[in-house]
Design a protein around this ligand. Structure first.
Ligand code: FAD
Length: 392
């Protein structure tokens, strides 16, 4: 008789690796598959992550930490700068990672916890019986075969197909997606202690431009613009202009293209025998596009719910719905909150952004909570405060 795994995880990014590791630690028989031949490569990320949230999942290791930051600086279109402590700066500021090494370290953890890992193995479809997911079709070195399991976790990232195969609507409209392009730039003079964010409709319409240091004289410099705003100018046009104006001597040694979901929570992330995690479940932050921490948090919750379902021998939507409840009441709350702020932010003119930045120039961001910060931010503009009243 063919083997039936307890759990198959599709995708070896942060969401999939943490799901597989936790499930293996809880005693499940786990298979993780990754379509690429190398975990974590090519990188499609600015590699910024909050230190506190990360330490819940993996011990910090200098092999994958490129920069240890003290804070971030936000520049409005007229150049007014607002500086914030690392703790105040959200889920993307803390360390700048070397994700090729970091992602591999996460998968190494899950392999050591007992999960089986197969690289260069692509999921090509779901095995469905009476509407229930019972495993996957996989392709390895040109050969297609079936792998059966009690539960499948789809952690297959932004371009996820797993959810769609099970009939879950994960489609994104242009307004639900940031189009990003990033250079790894060397030979530049930067402050290795700070992440810089540049705002403005001439810089990054309905998005932002970032400079994330990767050590001395090197940084990830990228731009994300809302899909619906990429009309006459592409994201790369904005990035090239910034490079010419600010870092004319910079030398580009790597280039990354990618999309980031900023839709906020989708309606459904489970079905019979299936759980979606991370970018596949559209769990990235709608303001920043950051998704590493949320993918890891969701992966951990998914593993715990899967382990409980296996123990009960019940993999139906009713049982797996516990995952919906848990992620929506934790990271989901933050995502909802960010969505409200994003929907207001995308309507800002450059004048609004300058006005807000100027009104904040005397605020001490090293001692405020996030809610205090937002309050201070919008106090200067009563209309914005009214739009965001639900947050306070
Ligand atoms: P992924 O990391 O995308 O992993 C999915 C994995 O699934 C991939 O390895 C893929 O190869 C594999 N896969 C896909 N399909 C299949 C298949 N059919 N079979 C097998 N394997 C499959 N987030 C931050 O927190 N901080 C940042 O600074 C940041 N910067 C970003 C900059 C850019 C330009 C972009 C595009 C994104 C950025 N993000 C950032 C977002 C972040 O990269 C993602 O949110 C995060 O990687 C999501 O993790 P995940 O595990 O859900 O998906």
């Amino acid at each position: 008789m063919k083997k039936i795994y307890d759990l198959i995880v599709v995708g070896g990014g942060p969401g999939g690796a943490i799901a597989a590791k936790n499930a293996a630690e809880l005693g499940l028989d786990v298979l993780l598959i990754e379509k690429r031949q190398e975990i974590g490569d090519p990188v499609r990320c600015a590699e910024g992550v909050s230190k506190i949230c990360l330490s819940d999942h993996i011990e910090p290791d200098p092999r994958w930490i490129c920069a240890d930051l003290t804070g971030s600086r936000i520049y409005s279109p007229d150049g007014t700068m607002v500086e914030m402590s690392e703790e105040m700066s959200g889920g993307e500021v803390g360390y700048v990672l070397e994700r090729k090494v970091f992602d591999r370290a996460l998968v190494d953890q899950c392999a050591r916890a007992g999960a089986e890992v197969r690289v260069k193995t692509r999921a090509t479809g779901l095995i469905m019986e009476n509407g229930v997911v019972c495993g996957i079709y996989a392709m390895h070195l040109g050969e297609e075969y079936e792998i059966r399991s009690k539960i499948v976790i789809g952690a297959d990232g932004m371009e996820s197909k797993v959810g769609r195969w099970a009939g879950i609507d994960t489609s994104l409209k242009p307004t639900d997606m940031e189009t990003c392009v990033q250079y790894l730039v060397t030979n530049i003079d930067i402050d290795p202690q700070f992440c810089d964010f540049y705002l403005g409709n001439e810089i990054a319409p309905a998005g932002y431009l970032w400079v994330f240091p990767k050590g001395e004289n090197m940084a990830n410099i990228g731009v994300g613009i809302l899909g619906s705003k990429s009309g006459d100018h592409r994201a790369i046009d904005y990035l090239n202009k910034f490079m010419k104006d600010i870092y004319p001597d910079g030398r580009v040694i790597e280039m990354v293209y990618g999309g980031v979901p900023v839709s906020g929570p989708i309606e459904k992330t489970v079905s019979d025998g299936l759980i979606l995690v991370g970018d596949a479940a559209r769990q990235s932050d709608p303001i920043t596009g950051g998704g590493i921490i949320n993918a890891m948090e969701a992966g951990k919750i998914a593993a715990e719910v899967a382990a409980d379902a296996i123990k009960r021998g019940d993999y139906t939507t009713d049982t797996l719905n516990e995952y919906e409840t848990l992620w929506r009441s934790t990271i989901g709350k933050e995502i909802e909150y960010s969505l409200v702020v994003k929907e207001t932010f995308v309507k800002f003119t450059d004048k609004d952004l300058n006005h807000l930045a100027q009104s904040l120039s005397n605020v001490n961001f090293y001692s405020l909570s996030l809610r205090d910060l937002l309050y201070a931010l919008f106090k200067a503009n009563k209309k914005l405060l009214w739009d965001l009243r639900g947050l306070f």
